[in-house]
Design a protein around this ligand. Structure first.
Ligand code: NAP
Length: 329
């Protein structure tokens, strides 16, 4: 209804050639009535999107004053280098990178969980990490019902979480391994083909990885809790789709029926009869929960799975851009 009497928004999609950018573009094309989209990447090129050839412009030639909203699906260093210019030119910005996710002046939004914090006066909005967003969708209703006391998480994260070069590296290493060609150094900390790696990002002096730190700090911020959150983030040789095994301790006793009912009502969540896997969820914009087990009256175990290029990436980014367009009109 609110879209009926407005002029199309002018939107820049920066990082259009990356795995998140391409996925966002596909989603945006489903709502072509909302916006006119211009594409940017590091250099001029043509993007083949399911047979449609689209022009991509070099970012250093962008005139940000032409846009209402700029969506940055770029690494932290690129976001840091360019977002200030876009804001200065008067555009509102959604950033996929971790650059300012923990800055208290920048809302960290998980659509379906806390989108109400994004106000018209916020010029910059961050969305959360691709493992955090689905976890927040699953944990938010549990926190309301019983209060979160302690959370343990083991993640199984696909190579597309590391961008297009992560996908290429996994495919190349797998082919080499199958053909008996010796493997040299990898894009990942160790070879990923036919392997699993318990390190995503840099390790700090305590041995925690940067991904594990993001899981803790982003979940604390989004859910507004300060309970202990322990995780081990693992890269697995899956192309698309992240999963997590999660163990939750509550402040009050819980019931399976009540939890299933709350999840059925919550945005994005799909309750599986048994469980779903990354392959089954590829291209599906849902967060699947399965293998829900009552360990004790205070402890729940659950398997969480989603397409990392949608929830926690392109879907969150496009949902936030839609809110910005709505707030403009
Ligand atoms: N992958 C995920 O599951 C996921 C989920 C949530 C958040 N994120 C975050 O989303 C961002 C994008 O991730 P991605 O996985 O899509 O990465 P990606 O596949 O490596 O894509 C990176 C994009 O950035 C562009 N780029 C690189 N350097 C540039 C420059 N100097 N100027 C302009 N554009 C430049 C690339 O363009 P060229 O093709 O021209 O190099 C490409 O379009 C990252 O911050 C990532 O942490 C990713």
């Amino acid at each position: 209804m609110f879209f009926s009497s407005y002029v199309k928004a002018r939107v820049a999609l920066v990082g259009a050639t990356g795995v998140v950018g391409r996925t966002a573009l596909k989603l945006m094309m489903e709502h072509a009535d909302l916006w006119e989209v211009s594409l940017f990447a590091s250099k001029q090129c043509t993007l083949d999107l399911e047979g449609r050839l689209l022009n991509v412009h070099p970012l250093d030639q962008a005139d940000f004053s032409c846009f209402d909203v700029c969506m940055f699906a770029t690494e932290e260093n690129v976001s840091k280098r360019w977002i200030e210019s876009a804001l200065h030119a008067g555009a509102r910005v959604v950033d996929s990178s971790s650059w300012r996710r923990l800055d208290p002046s920048v809302p960290l939004v998980v659509p379906g969980v806390n989108q109400q914090i994004l106000q018209k006066e916020h010029s910059l909005c961050a969305h959360s990490n691709c493992i955090v967003s689905p976890l927040a969708c699953v944990l938010a209703p549990l926190n309301v019902l019983y209060g979160l006391k302690c959370i343990h998480i083991a993640t199984y994260q696909s190579v597309s979480g590391a961008g297009k070069y992560g996908v290429e590296a996994c495919l190349m290493e797998t082919k080499k391994k199958l053909s008996g060609t010796p493997l040299e150094t990898s894009y990942f900390p160790k070879n990923i083909g036919f392997n699993v790696i318990p390190q995503i990002g840099q390790l700090d002096h305590m041995g925690h990885s940067s991904e594990e730190e993001k899981i803790q700090k982003e979940l604390h911020r989004i859910l507004q809790v300060d309970c202990p959150i322990f995780s081990t983030a693992v890269r697995v040789p899956v192309l698309q789709g992240h999963a997590s095994a999660v163990w939750v301790e509550f402040q009050r006793p819980w019931s399976k029926e009540e939890v299933q009912e709350a999840w059925c009502k919550a945005p994005h969540i799909e309750v599986a009869r048994e469980y779903q896997t990354p392959l089954e969820l590829q291209g599906r914009d849902v967060v699947s929960v399965g293998r829900v087990r009552q360990l004790t009256p205070f402890h729940l175990a659950v398997w969480v799975c989603s397409d990392n290029l949608l929830r926690g990436a392109a879907s969150d980014m496009v949902d936030i851009a839609k809110i910005m367009v709505q707030q403009k009109n």
